[in-house]
Design a protein around this ligand. Structure first.
Ligand code: SER
Length: 362
């Protein structure tokens, strides 16, 4: 019999690393109460995992486009759930749009096929969790961005980047596979259970993003904590929504856990707080008064954030599956980002009793 498994693609990335910690902790708890139920966490990435994560999972260092590896995986494991995190982010995708299309679209298509096959074999839909993005929105100009401050899921779905186009199309592919694929031929149930959340810019205390356009937030903070100067690549006044990494993981785990019937849509906006780049600098400065942050906008990256909404309306997620971030802006900086980043760069211990993201994720 094949062992049951959860597959995480893009596992060595920012969200992947945080998700592994959360899922591994959950599995360890399950094992303590139910004994070893044989469920594995399989991770896939082009890069190796950091040593502290590698012990709790089975890591496959390979591309999601490597079909031979995917075939081997499904011959060895019964995959019940897929967190498909692998993607080239928005700035990187502008530099290599063909590679982005291959990884972001063809890679997703391959995994949707794999999930549909597995669902058919099991007679039960595989859960497919997909992190989408604010990049699926594209507001045409500053005036419109100000006018439509909190954007709903179906508004302004006119992405201006390759990454945004890829994410929006893959949301649609996921919906197609879950609702329509093969159903004309036979009256089967859904061929897979596709659920997506649209993340705002994510900020982690443990890792730095690479190749994204919301990266200026985390980069500013990590640079300040290391006493390094930082030139922010967007204007001070541009505003987008953000979220602390423990909340991003919580959103994925929470939406995966609810019964399908409570979800009124396959794709949800989620957010936590909205800041201009100048507000972000001020927050950072209040904890690191000597920080040297300047603004040196890059026109291409500026155009990308100018097209993203200044805030998201996530009321449907709040209503349907009780989505609510644990970290508002105050808590995110004071109780997660700053203490954890200090611990990382300055060796300052977090006082006992202060919340750590590990506790949050547990
Ligand atoms: N953080 C992503 C990026 O900047 C957007 O979802 O590309």
């Amino acid at each position: 019999m094949r062992a049951k498994a959860t597959l995480i693609t893009g596992a060595a990335g920012e969200v992947g690393q945080a998700l592994i910690q959360a899922l591994a902790k959950e599995r360890a708890k399950d094992r303590n109460t139910d004994g070893d139920n044989g469920r594995h966490i399989l991770t896939m990435d082009l890069n190796p995992l950091p040593a502290h994560l590698a012990t709790s999972v089975t890591h496959i260092q390979a591309s999601i486009l490597d079909t031979a590896t995917l075939d081997r995986l499904i011959s060895e494991y019964e995959i019940e759930e897929i967190y498909h995190l692998a993607a080239l982010l928005s700035t990187r995708a502008e530099f290599s749009p063909d590679a982005a299309h291959r990884v972001n679209v063809e890679g997703t298509m391959g995994l949707l096929h794999l999930a549909a096959q597995q669902s058919e074999w099991r007679g039960e839909p595989v859960r497919f969790l997909f992190p989408s993005s604010i990049a699926v929105f594209g507001l045409p100009d500053q005036h419109t961005k100000q006018q439509y401050a909190r954007v709903r899921e179906w508004e302004w779905n006119y992405p201006s980047t390759m990454y945004g186009c890829n994410k929006l199309y893959c949301e649609m592919l996921g919906i197609y596979f879950s609702r329509h694929y093969r159903q004309l031929a036979a009256d089967r149930g859904p061929s897979l259970d596709f659920r997506a959340v649209r993340f705002p810019g994510l900020i982690s205390a443990d890792t730095l993003p690479s190749g994204g356009t919301s990266d200026y937030g985390p980069e500013m903070l990590h640079a300040a904590a290391q006493g390094k100067p930082y030139a922010c690549f967007v204007r001070e006044d541009v505003r987008i929504p953000f979220m602390a990494m423990p909340d991003a993981v919580k959103a994925l785990v929470d939406i995966a856990a609810v019964p399908l019937e409570v979800l009124s849509r396959p794709v949800y906006n989620i957010t936590s707080f909205s800041l201009s780049a100048g507000d972000f600098r001020d927050r950072v400065r209040s904890f690191f008064p000597d920080c040297q942050i300047t603004f040196k906008p890059d026109s291409k990256r500026q155009r990308i954030v100018d097209s993203w909404p200044s805030d998201l309306d996530d009321s449907t997620a709040r209503r349907d599956w009780n989505w609510s971030p644990d970290y508002d802006v105050e808590r995110a900086f004071a109780e997660y980002l700053v203490p954890m980043i200090r611990r990382r760069y300055e060796g300052i211990e977090v006082p006992i009793g202060k919340e750590s993201p590990d506790q949050q994720l547990g």
